[in-house]
Design a protein around this ligand. Structure first.
Ligand code: NAI
Ligand code: OAA
Length: 327
């Protein structure tokens, strides 16, 4: 086994996403089968009894890599000297709400957690924001953690990427792993843009293989955009196991590499692609050796430009709305 135990903070640990996520982390799905880990579970004081039940079940899993589990309702204890954090803790939406309706409720959580991250986390910790509206929450977190590198804070758009990948592979009659160069740009909201203009299968444009532009515009894009709503309508609760799966995919690739493939990650904009600096925007990246590199210099024209501008405009609107709420 590798010597140093990796410290992983997970917030919202008593909630439904974590009921899947924690057990997969405990099996070693983030850091691999030789790396011992320690979990720092954060949730509100009123759910600590439920959280103790989750800890019992983690013990009962007899996970060889799980060195230790600590529970707390104090972000400063949870984030001290961590290697990674997955910030799930926040309110989910229910039927009839959009994710942006959660802004007022959840913004304060990320303001306080930003401060804690700033004060106690190691500067190389990798942070993923899952709680909605994930992009704007990541921005709030980053703005309230001025000494913590903004490039180490990311937001989750991987669930949308996975949703698009699954539908495209089915339509093109190819394996999921054969599709390269897919991107989901923008906000994790109905304005997100599934961009297949760079996607290929064995070097051939995916669009030529599918050969159905109408399906792409009228079925795929709206279906991925509204998938979270469809799950809420069907299940009566928001996506949980698939969200946990996407969080694992995002962090595992960031830590271990994406094997040269593009993945979609919510990244703090450096101003490229006309995305204002500081906004967290779904963007293409390649991960290697514990780092990600934004895929640069793609040509974004015509329909893609309109769609990217539309989702960026929504991120700007959310930023303005949140400025009025959190200072
Ligand atoms: N980015 C994405 O792709 C996705 C994001 N989500 C979002 O993830 C979030 C969590 O979803 P679920 O687990 O289904 O919700 P849930 O309601 O089952 O669990 C949320 C947990 O967060 C806890 N919590 C609330 N405030 C907290 C705070 N200040 N500190 C720590 N914990 C706190 C609650 O006590 C609860 O245990 C929601 O905002 C949901 O919309 C869900 C699916 C996909
Ligand atoms: O739709 C929601 O509220 C939960 C979520 O983010 C998703 O399933 O993509």
């Amino acid at each position: 086994m590798t010597g140093h135990v990796k410290q992983i903070a997970v917030t919202g640990a008593a909630g439904q996403i974590c009921y899947s996520l924690l057990f997969r982390i405990a099996r070693g799905e983030l850091y691999g089968p030789r790396q011992p880990i320690s979990l720092r579970l954060l949730d509100l004081p009123q759910v600590q009894p439920a959280l103790r039940g989750v800890v019992m079940e983690l013990e009962d899993g007899a996970f060889p890599l799980l060195a230790d589990v600590a529970v707390t309702d104090d972000a400063r204890l949870a984030f001290r000297d961590i290697d990674a954090a997955i910030l799930v803790g926040s309110r989910p939406r229910s039927k009839g709400m959009e994710r942006r309706d959660l802004l007022a409720t959840n913004a304060e959580i990320f303001r306080l957690q930003g401060r804690a991250l700033n004060d106690v986390a190691k500067l190389d910790a990798k942070v993923l924001v899952v709680g909605n509206p994930a992009n704007t929450n990541a921005m709030i977190l980053s703005e309230h953690a001025p000494e913590f590198p903004s490039e180490n804070i990311t937001s989750m758009i991987r669930l949308d990427h996975n949703r698009a990948l699954a539908q495209l592979a089915r339509k093109a009659l190819v394996g999921l792993e054969e599709i390269k160069g897919l991107v989901v740009w923008g906000n994790h909201s109905p304005t997100m843009f599934v961009d297949w203009s760079h996607a290929t299968v064995a070097g051939r444009p995916l669009a030529d293989i599918v050969a159905d532009h109408d399906w792409y515009h009228k079925t795929l894009i709206p279906q991925v955009a509204r998938r979270g709503t469809a799950v809420i309508e069907a299940r009566g609760a928001s996506s949980a196991a698939s969200a946990a799966n996407a969080a694992i995919d995002h962090m595992r690739d960031w830590i271990n590499g994406s094997g040269g493939d593009w993945v979609s990650m919510g990244l703090c904009s450096d101003g490229s692609y006309g995305i204002p600096e500081g906004l967290f925007c779904g963007s293409p990246a390649i991960c290697a050796e514990g780092q990600y590199a934004r895929v640069a210099d793609l040509k974004i024209r015509g329909y893609a430009r309109v769609m990217l501008d539309r989702t960026v405009a929504e991120l700007i609107e959310e930023r303005e709305a949140v400025r009025a709420l959190v200072s």
